[in-house]
Design a protein around this ligand. Structure first.
Ligand code: ADP
Ligand code: MG
Length: 691
């Protein structure tokens, strides 16, 4: 239950004065639906209103002057604005007013009066002017103009200054709350109290107070991170308490592995050892295997499935697309069935009698492993003893989808796999409720992919080389990104590209995109995999999560639009065999300096974890797009880069708290419950966690 002390903060924004039916949706868009969200709005800059002289006015700047009203110029038609000429000893300017109340101006500010005016200076063809000054006050009452004014985000119909009024009112509704931070840590970090920190957020004393590095912002960020880490730690502890089948390492799995035509890398060995330790513990496992595309995650999971089968249980491996599911099936079916472990492939395409037979095999336990897509968690799919769920590209599934699969057994162990490497510092925030094994090492024998950035102006050259390579038997991916608002026009662009390439290279150019029916996609993909197509144009990264060892060229159009991690993943589709591979990053010049540096990083390294680390550094936490794609939470205060030290600290703190006071009953525990409610991570959890 929500503590009463928080009620005012959790009231709808309409409980603020002046927020009615018109303003509420605007404020909700800027902040969120409740008063708390408005209290959590951050000013992004500060305006100082120290008067200067008119001769020093600068176009585009918010400035302040002490002036004399010279003359009112009435509009001649109703479409024209009311103009007021003002001056000081160094120059003059025109104030411009639109609207029907303009005629009151003359009585309020008669000619000859002195005023302090403040607002944005604009130079245009009528000369120097200020449209609707923010302030126009009597010099006898200078206190009516704030010396230093924080500027809030605004939106059409809701100017920044009104947003500030609402933010200050929301702040008033925030009362002092019991301290939830550890006193020693709080002292060490010089954190202010919560209420004080929030106040400083809205009343910054200088530009330094706007920085995420300021003490009050660090305090608020730490509060937010701790609330989240606590929720994750509780979740993890809860899962640990669930008894689950104890599964022993088996000789069968070792034989499956020994039959593979290669030896595991050290990192694969460690990942499998982690999994086996979890499975043997009798607690429900929730482990993430993080590793680049091609780092060998699937075969590790296969050995775990063999262990489960050896103990008489069943496993399900779920992939986000039919193509991927099919590929996984091809990877694991032969090695497992060679040792008597039956594997079935179940996708949306299975219908009628064949499907009924597969369902029967799973229901009776005759088949020990199911590989498939969303088809796996449909209502009529039942397992005899499902003990392990393996979810590939786990972020591509919703929580409820993952849960529906896991609900097909009791306390089902989970292996999640992700090919989106994220920096170690952020691992806790994205995967805090999972145990993580990282596969940082690639199987031997992979040749690095030669990567070049080429401006679009030289596309003809690229196409020419591609034609030669295709004639010599090479295969290539050509990626056209989905970038505009309209998928239709993006698709049209990809179709045009495919047509153009067909003209230059010949009929062996195929096109695959997200709007094609699954069967059509599979058909195109199969043609490419079998070498009947030499170039595959694709609109999305989705459909290329596949293994085509003969493909050695990757062309990415508008590479500057992709995040580094995405580019890295795309590039990982080539360079899988021993042949030389190439990746061409086509960009629209001119390239910004950051874009240039990002492409440089990609050229210099092939290590996904290193790339993720560098990407974070380059973004400086600013552009969070790529982070969000990797599942990074949408924090209000916490910045993934500026507060990376706090992430680790909050993780440790949360673990300690949950170990000592699992039910949060101590005085600090009680205060921490208020914190959790304040940030609402418990409610938000269902949207974010791994199930
Ligand atoms: P991921 O799932 O991480 O993308 P996979 O498990 O699909 O990677 O492996 C990619 C390819 O590399 C597969 O063809 C697999 O058989 C092969 N492979 C996996 N581990 C090794 C290894 N240790 N040595 C050589 N090849 C390997
Ligand atoms: Mg994979």
């Amino acid at each position: 239950m929500r503590p009463e002390i928080l009620f005012p903060l959790f009231a709808p924004v309409t409980s603020l004065k002046g927020v009615g039916a018109r303003v509420a949706p605007l404020l909700e868009r800027l902040a969120g639906p409740i008063v708390r969200d408005v209290a959590f709005l951050k000013p992004h800059s500060i305006v100082r209103r120290t008067p200067g002289s008119l001769s020093a006015a600068i176009d585009g700047q918010v400035m302040t002057f002490e002036v004399t009203i010279d003359q009112h110029q009435r509009p001649r038609t109703s479409a024209q604005p009311w103009r007021v000429r003002v001056s000081d000893p160094t120059g003059f300017m025109t104030l411009v007013f639109f609207g029907r109340f303009a005629d009151q101006l003359e009585t309020r500010h008669p000619a000859g009066a002195r005023r302090i005016i403040s607002g944005k200076v604009e130079d245009d063809k009528f000369g120097r002017q200020m449209v609707h000054p923010d302030y126009m006050v009597d010099p006898e009452k200078p206190q009516e103009i704030p010396e230093l004014e924080p500027i809030y985000p605004a939106t059409e119909g809701l100017p920044a200054r009104r947003v500030r009024t609402f933010a200050l009112e929301a702040l008033e509704k925030a009362t002092e709350l019991p301290e939830w931070q550890d006193p020693a840590w709080k002292a060490r970090e010089h954190f202010p109290a919560w209420r004080e920190a929030l106040e400083r957020l809205h009343e910054p004393l200088s530009e330094a107070d706007l920085s995420p590095m300021s003490l009050h912002q660090r305090r608020l960020a730490y509060d937010e991170l701790l609330a989240h880490q606590l929720a994750l730690a509780q979740r993890k502890a809860e899962r640990r308490r669930e008894a689950a089948a104890r599964i022993a390492a088996s000789a069968i799995a070792d034989r499956v592995r020994a039959d593979l035509p290669f030896a595991f890398t050290g990192a694969q060995d460690r990942a499998l050892a982690d999994i086996r330790a979890d499975l043997a513990a009798g607690e429900r496992m929730s482990r993430l295997i993080q590793g680049d595309v091609g780092s060998g995650k699937t075969v590790v999971a296969m050995c775990a499935m063999a262990d489960v089968a050896a103990g008489g249980g069943q496993s399900a491996l779920m992939a986000p697309t039919e193509i991927l599911a099919r590929q996984h099936y091809e990877t694991i079916a032969a090695p497992l069935s060679a040792h008597g472990i039956g594997v079935v492939l179940l996708t949306g395409r299975d219908k009628g009698k064949p499907r009924a037979e597969k369902l029967a095999a799973l229901a009776s336990g005759a088949a020990k492993v199911a590989v498939g897509t969303h088809a796996l968690f449909q209502d009529d799919v039942g397992f005899a003893t499902l003990q392990l769920a393996v979810i590939d590209e786990q972020h591509r599934f919703g929580v409820s989808e993952r849960q529906r699969l896991q609900a097909k057994g009791e306390a089902v162990h989970l292996i999640a796999m992700s090919a989106t490497p994220i920096p170690r510092t952020l691992e806790l925030t994205v995967y805090g409720d999972l145990d993580v094994s990282r596969i940082e090492e690639k199987p031997p024998g992979r040749t690095p992919v030669a990567t070049r950035a080429v401006p679009m102006t030289r596309i003809a050259e690229v196409e020419g080389r591609l034609r030669q390579a295709a004639a010599a038997g090479a295969q290539a991916f050509w990626i056209c990104p989905l970038v505009s608002e309209s998928e239709v026009s993006d698709l049209a662009a990809a179709e045009r590209r495919a047509a153009e390439l067909t003209e230059r290279i010949g009929p062996s150019v195929g096109l695959i995109h997200g709007q094609m029916p699954a069967a059509a996609k599979d058909a195109v993909m199969a043609e490419f995999a079998e070498g009947r197509l030499s170039v595959l144009v694709a609109t999305t990264v989705v459909e290329v999560g596949v293994n085509v060892p003969n493909a050695t060229i990757m062309v990415i159009e508008q590479a500057e639009r992709f995040g580094l991690a995405q580019l890295h993943q795309l590039r990982g589709r080539v360079g899988r065999g021993r042949q030389e591979s190439a990746c061409v990053l086509l960009y629209d010049p001119p390239l910004s300096e950051t874009a240039q540096r990002r492409l440089d990083i990609l050229r210099r390294t092939d290590d996904g974890f290193l790339i993720a680390e560098k990407d974070l550094e380059l973004r400086g936490g600013g552009d969070a797009l790529g982070l969000r794609q990797s599942g990074f939470p949408d924090y209000v205060f916490a910045d993934p880069f500026a507060h990376r030290d706090l992430i680790a600290a909050a993780g440790d703190d949360a673990r300690l708290i949950i170990n000592r006071d699992p039910e949060l009953t101590s005085p600090r525990g009680q205060a921490l419950r208020v914190l959790q409610e304040l940030f609402d991570w418990k409610a938000g959890l269902a949207l974010r966690d791994a199930g």
